[in-house]
Design a protein around this ligand. Structure first.
Ligand code: PMP
Length: 332
């Protein structure tokens, strides 16, 4: 068991065997329980990696404000660490993310600025807004999770190594979605270096261009998704480091079916990106002719972070999503 302050207990998360899906597919499907980090998501690791390297390089000094544009989880990770280390945090977010994230950030003492969601080319995008704010003030540090390779490195050094050691080096496949791409890049690179035969599968929501990019090299997208923190329409420095064999798209309806399946069959309350990841992992598992493979995915955060969306019949109905569909695994 870990003992220490908030920064010291990040990581070393359990690998949960998802029994219902393992039985259904004849494989061993594991989810890395990142929702157990102190800020409730995988992004606590990213925040820690970015802060430690910036401190070392003298870019982050006592009394500074950490500035970041984020879908929320990186902001929460940075803000728990800002509280722990004695910095301030200023978080820029699109205004359509789950209500819980804004409430948590405010409780952590962060200054929160919301902007309307818009394409990356628009200078009001949360990324550009965060950059501009940090350029205007000298006592700030811009975390820049999309382009800052501290993100990739922390996942390579910790998340990937933990997975490899937890399965004693037998990782047959790793399946994950990407937002910045830091976790997929760090984990895929480490696992491929250990064993080039490890299959790496991207899982992408509709509305993201990554699936098409992996398949054809072009950023094209169709549809949209209620998932948060994943999917992007540009190539980031972190995603460039990823080693990917194949990609699948998962719909919001499949994702919600899986979210409710995991809650009622496995006692697992996972967030939207995690449910999408598990969907892709289980579909991949079902398609394999070899049985008994170890297939790993990431449980990025928990369902309670989205309770006003995923447990809200009115919200789901407005998205044309049924909350009572059975979970089925397609062969596509
Ligand atoms: N799931 C959630 C809920 C997230 O907030 C993020 C981070 N944006 C991811 C998945 C994707 O992680 P990464 O940035 O490492 O690609």
């Amino acid at each position: 068991m870990k003992t220490g302050n908030v920064a010291q207990i990040i990581g070393e998360t359990p690998l949960i065997k998802i029994e219902s899906l393992s039985q259904l597919t004849g494989q061993n499907i594991f989810g890395k329980a990142e929702f157990l980090n102190p800020g409730g998501s995988i992004k606590d690791r990213t925040a820690l990696g970015i802060i430690l390297e910036a401190q070392e390089q003298g870019e982050l000094k006592p009394g500074f404000t950490i500035v970041e544009g984020t879908a929320g989880n990186t902001g929460i990770g940075l803000s728990i660490l800002a509280a722990q280390f004695g910095y301030k945090s200023l978080i820029v977010m699109p205004n359509n993310q789950s209500a819980e994230k804004y409430t948590i950030l405010k409780a952590l003492g962060a200054e929160v600025i919301t902007v309307p969601p818009c394409p990356f080319a628009d200078q009001n995008h949360f990324y550009h807004t965060a950059r501009r704010i940090s350029e205007e003030r000298s006592d700030t540090f811009w975390a820049n999770q999309f382009e800052n390779l501290s993100n990739f490195r922390i996942h390579y050094k910790t998340t990937a190594k933990e997975i490899y050691e937890q399965l004693k080096g037998k990782v047959d496949a790793f399946v994950s979605s990407a937002g910045t791409g830091g976790s997929l890049a760090g984990i895929s690179r480490y696992l491929k270096e250990k064993n080039p035969k490890t299959h790496i599968q991207l899982a992408d929501p509709f509305g993201s261009g990554l699936h098409e990019y992996v398949k054809t090299g072009k950023f094209l997208s169709q549809g949209s998704s209620m998932t948060e923190g994943i999917g992007i329409m540009r190539l980031t420095a972190n995603f460039k480091e990823a080693l990917i064999d194949d990609s699948v798209q998962v719909s919001d309806q499949e994702m919600i079916n899986m979210l409710y399946h995991l809650a009622s069959h496995d006692g697992l309350l996972v967030g939207t990106s995690a449910a999408l990841n598990v969907c892709a992992a289980a579909q991949f598992a079902k398609k394999q002719t070899t049985k008994g493979m170890n297939i790993v995915t990431i449980l990025c955060d928990g369902a309670m972070r989205y309770q006003n969306k995923v447990f809200n019949p009115d919200f789901l109905k407005a998205q044309n999503i049924s909350m009572t569909n059975p979970m089925t695994l397609t062969n596509s």
